[in-house]
Write a protein of this length. Structure first.
Length: 211
């Protein structure tokens, strides 16, 4: 009887299955509530697969967040790469950020879980977050140099800009139950996003004394 050796594609398939299952379980139950048994059951792999492929449940959680951050970074970079004035590119970035969060409900819930954990993200996940923010504040700084955006620390202005799509998506349940704004309704979603864009545009506009 010969020992079976996993083909690389099979290993990648197992890792991907674990990431998909873990994203679902972590988003639903949080880090502490998620069990290795439940993750491996949903991934249809054996109990030791998490340790073999990722080392620990914490490392798997980090890999899940990293993968989501990478997707968001790619969306932001693609929006920023489209030619146009800095303010136009910034608005495209906001729309891309909003759209990504809108299309990935589990990532929205993961964000809440990360905030509740109150722990540092793995360095790789932090790296994607820093790169995404660097794209935004570079665009803000370019707009300031062109006189299109008001003076101020570009990092702080970037945080204010990116907080809009983040906050609106994360508090969807509150918006639905409170002011009855259901962001799952495309018409409502477009209205809310357009309002956020107008808010950002006016907040970044140069003060009269700067013109």
């Amino acid at each position: 009887m010969t020992n079976s050796v996993s083909h690389p594609s099979a290993l990648e398939g197992t890792s991907a299955a674990l990431l998909d299952a873990a994203e679902e379980v972590f988003a639903q139950q949080g880090f502490d509530g998620a069990s290795v048994r439940e993750i491996t059951r949903r991934a249809k792999v054996n109990l030791g697969a998490i340790t073999y492929h990722f080392g620990s449940k914490a490392a798997l959680f980090g890999a899940v967040v990293q993968r989501a951050q990478q997707g968001l970074l790619e969306a932001i970079e693609a929006a920023a790469a489209v030619p146009g004035r800095p303010t136009q590119r910034l608005e495209r970035i906001v729309r891309a950020h909003f759209g990504f969060l809108s299309e990935h409900p589990r990532f929205r819930r993961l964000i809440l879980q990360v905030l509740l954990m109150d722990k540092d993200l793995p360095e790789a996940a932090l790296g994607y977050l820093r790169r995404a923010m660097a794209v935004v504040w570079a665009t803000v700084a370019e707009g300031q140099a062109a006189g299109e955006i008001r003076d101020g620390d570009p990092r702080l202005l970037s945080i204010a800009v990116m907080a809009q799509p983040l906050m609106l998506n994360v508090v969807r349940p509150i918006l639905r139950r409170g002011p009855q704004l259901d962001l799952d309704d495309p018409a409502v979603r477009d209205l809310v996003l357009d309002n956020a864009i107008q808010f950002i545009r006016r907040g970044l506009a140069p003060r009269k004394s700067e013109e």
